[in-house]
Ligand binder design. Structure first.
Ligand code: GDP
Length: 297
């Protein structure tokens, strides 16, 4: 396997947090993702049209950034983790204030705890007359999620994805949590990233959304991704714009892959196309062996 080494402390620079939204069905994950996306101060810029590439980045008033994975739910989260990809820094747990803690809420709490990822609770649908946020806090206590008001260390925030209230407060709390985590990466090295989503596109061929973990990915870079290889032909951001490069915590669509990798696969930039093909072929071989071994006799 490729050993790409550790970075020296002095090369580490702050990077934006990567956030996953989890919660029970219909509690408002998709609505909240859309509402948060709408707070981007750069969203009015010329040439940009919202693209759903599996992740997006919001720029806040103070120019700081937050990355959201926009495949909500714990399936994506657990699948990625099962494949060794721990890209989430912070989980936002959405709980509908008119519904309470439901089975998938509790599953999400368990997955988040197992992953050791800090959680922020967004109590959603607070615009509803029957909303009872205090009851949610009490129920959370039963699952050992203790909010600050009850002298715990889990931040909570009352929001309405529908009325777009509490969103700035939620962003502030994500930033606060991110500061505590002191998230850093070395931007000045060959890029490493993780596949968030991948598909075969009619016009463009194999396309993968990569979340850059460290280094900077550039047009022309040669890479291995899972059992595929390639050379970056173009990079497209979450607003559909071509970009020359993508640094840590930035999601981009990558064009120029030999085939379609799997979500959770690692991407590594390597020196030379021959080497990239050789590693990809070796990995293809390992995959084929596994398939043969699993096939019924
Ligand atoms: P998901 O299944 O968790 O992604 O939930 P959705 O975002 O699809 O929302 C489920 C339903 O709840 C939709 O009908 C939304 O319009 C509604 N909804 C989401 N957020 C709010 C909110 O803050 N207030 C109210 N009143 N309805 C909401």
């Amino acid at each position: 396997e490729l050993d790409t080494g550790d970075d020296a402390d002095e090369d580490l620079k702050p990077r934006p947090p990567v956030v996953t939204i989890m919660g029970h069905v219909d509690h408002g994950k998709t609505s909240l993702l859309d509402a948060l996306r709408g707070t981007d101060v750069t969203s009015g810029e010329a040439g940009g049209i919202t693209q759903h590439i599996g992740a997006y980045q919001v720029t806040l008033k103070d120019k700081s950034k937050i990355t959201f994975l926009d495949t909500p739910g714990h399936e994506a989260f657990t699948e990625m983790r099962a494949r060794g990809a721990n890209v989430t820094d912070i989980v936002v747990l959405v709980v509908a204030a008119d519904d309470g803690l439901m089975p998938q809420t509790i599953e999400a709490i368990n997955h988040t705890k197992a992953a050791g990822v800090p959680m922020i609770v967004a109590i959603n649908k607070c615009d509803k007359p029957e909303a009872n946020p205090q009851k949610i806090r009490e129920r959370l206590l039963e699952h050992e999620v203790i909010v600050e008001e009850m002298s715990g260390d889990v931040q909570d925030v009352e929001v309405s994805a529908l009325k777009k209230t509490g969103l700035d407060d939620l962003m502030d709390k994500i930033q606060l949590q991110a500061e505590l985590l002191e998230l850093t990466a070395n931007p000045d090295r060959n890029a490493e990233g993780t596949v968030v989503e991948a598909k075969l596109d009619k016009g463009r061929g194999a396309v993968a959304t990569i979340l850059v973990n460290r280094g900077t990915l550039r047009v022309g870079d040669v890479f291995v991704v899972g059992a595929e290889s390639g050379k970056v032909r173009a990079l497209i951001d979450d607003k559909g714009r071509q970009v020359r490069e993508a640094g840590p915590s930035m999601p981009v669509e990558v064009l120029g892959l030999s085939g379609v990798p799997m979500a959770g696969d690692p991407l590594q930039v390597v020196d030379g196309e021959a080497k990239a093909r050789e590693i990809a072929e070796y990995r293809q071989g390992v995959l084929n062996e596994k398939r043969t071994a699993q096939a019924p006799a």
